[in-house]
Design a protein around this ligand. Structure first.
Ligand code: SAJ
Length: 405
């Protein structure tokens, strides 16, 4: 039996996937209301294919509880935030979960950490926990997740994966477990290498996006079309530049690279600069919106709205989103709450001045900053009733009243 600890964006689909592929699974989370929702037959976030997967897993007998189970394999999938001051990983949730596992784990159990951790975290923070509890019989494995929100279910099945285990026998066993549903190649390595590859993958993406964002700024100064430049440059067989945008959000790309900067502050300079470049985009966009207001003769900030609160299109996740970063930047300059905000994917009130229908949103607006290109509006400027648009993601076409980055 597998006990998946932490039923968030990664733990839940992983638990469902394993259950629907013949593995006996119990999902555990300390959040009682989340467990109650799952037990009431409802999923806790929207994702293509999740509802069907949930039904399959229920049929296969998956259970959800707040209790840790006595079983042979644990999969820990809890958040790993970074300390905002020293930029190092904060492993407290992982450590707490492992401590709870050790309270019930039988001799010889395996504890797989799926949470993203910086290289050396398992050695530095998790192994000492085992030692202090005299539980060197428990085997540790790192199996970092790689699935992209928006296409999680498909990627869970088809992506290649990494299994990091310092004991090859244990690694082989865990590889077999993941092979029950994973059709990609599974690379077996040691724990520290697995930790590093995961952080490196997200750092690569952060750096590539930062490059695109810097190009956008350069092209603005030089009066060139950055999208055309990137489109053509990418025709080169060895060039693959990502897209500039309003900033970088989510719980991975803006977070994980800081682990390297935090652990190697003297060395990881280029990565630090990339993160700072990405983080500068929401404020840069504000100045771009201000420019559009001047050109359009709009003086009243209440005539400006923000479409999109999530960190990217067609997901409901608002963590670290560029819109939140932008509102925070405004807040620092005494403008809190003045912009009306709407996102069809976000039902809860997350920010002041948030409305819940497009009609209410557009009422009286003269300029909309399209922070997220949800399918609802992508390629359809008419969805905004003809008002001028600031379009940092280049998803609204090339009309006269469309201001790019
Ligand atoms: N973004 C851009 N320009 C781009 C691509 C993305 O500005 O060309 C922005 C997005 O709008 C978003 C942010 O970057 O705000 C991050 O989005 P994303 O789609 O790049 O990535 P995530 O955070 O949804 O998922 C990433 C993935 N990592 C990689 O592709 C290397 C995913 O595979 C990981 O599993 C996930 O992080 C994770 O959990 O670590």
């Amino acid at each position: 039996m597998v006990n998946v600890i932490g039923l968030g964006y990664i733990g839940l689909p992983t638990a469902l996937m394993m259950a629907s592929h013949g593995v006996e699974v119990v999902g555990t989370d300390y959040n009682e209301s989340l467990v109650a929702t799952l037990n009431a037959g409802k999923t806790t976030f929207k994702e293509e294919g999740m509802d069907e997967l949930f039904v399959d897993a229920l049929k296969a007998g998956i259970r959800f509880t707040t209790d840790y189970q006595v079983c042979d394999t644990y999969i820990v999938s809890v958040p790993t935030p970074y300390d905002r001051l020293d930029k190092k990983i904060d492993a407290k949730y992982v450590v707490a979960a492992v401590l709870n596992v050790l309270d019930v784990a039988p001799e010889g159990a395996t504890c797989v950490i799926e949470s993203t951790v910086s290289p050396g975290t398992i050695d530095r923070f998790v192994l000492p926990v085992l030692e202090s509890r005299k539980r060197s019989d428990v085997a540790l494995v790192h199996a970092p997740e790689r699935i992209i929100p928006g296409n999680m279910v498909a990627e869970l099945m088809h992506n290649n994966r990494t299994i990091g285990a310092d004991d090859p026998e244990v690694g082989k066993r865990v590889t077999e477990l993941y092979a029950s549903f994973c059709q990609g190649e599974i690379a077996l390595t040691d724990i520290r290498t697995a930790e590093m590859t995961k952080v490196v993958e997200n750092t690569f993406r952060a750096v590539n996006i930062a490059f695109a964002n810097e190009l956008a700024k350069v092209c603005r100064v030089g009066d060139m079309d950055v999208y055309e430049v990137i489109r053509i440059a990418n025709k080169h067989p060895r060039v693959s530049i990502l897209q500039p945008g309003p900033g970088v959000g989510g719980h991975c790309i803006p977070v994980d690279p800081w682990f390297l900067v935090g652990d190697y502050p003297e060395t990881a300079n280029f990565i630090r600069l990339a993160l700072q470049t990405n983080f500068s985009m929401p404020a840069y966009l504000l100045s771009r919106a201000r420019q559009a207001m001047r050109e359009l003769g709009i003086e009243d900030v209440s005539k400006v709205g923000v479409y999109g609160l999530t960190y990217k299109e067609d997901v409901d996740d608002v963590r670290e989103s560029p819109t939140l970063q932008m509102l925070e930047a405004m807040d620092e300059h005494l403008c809190a709450g003045s912009l009306r905000v709407y996102d069809p994917w976000v039902e809860d009130d997350v920010v002041p001045n948030q409305v819940h229908s497009m009609e209410e949103f557009l009422d009286g607006l003269e300029l909309v900053i399209v922070m997220v290109g949800h399918s609802q509006v992508k390629g359809r400027p008419e969805a905004f009733g003809g008002v001028a648009l600031v379009d940092p993601r280049n998803v609204m076409g090339d009309g006269d009243n469309v201001y790019k980055l």
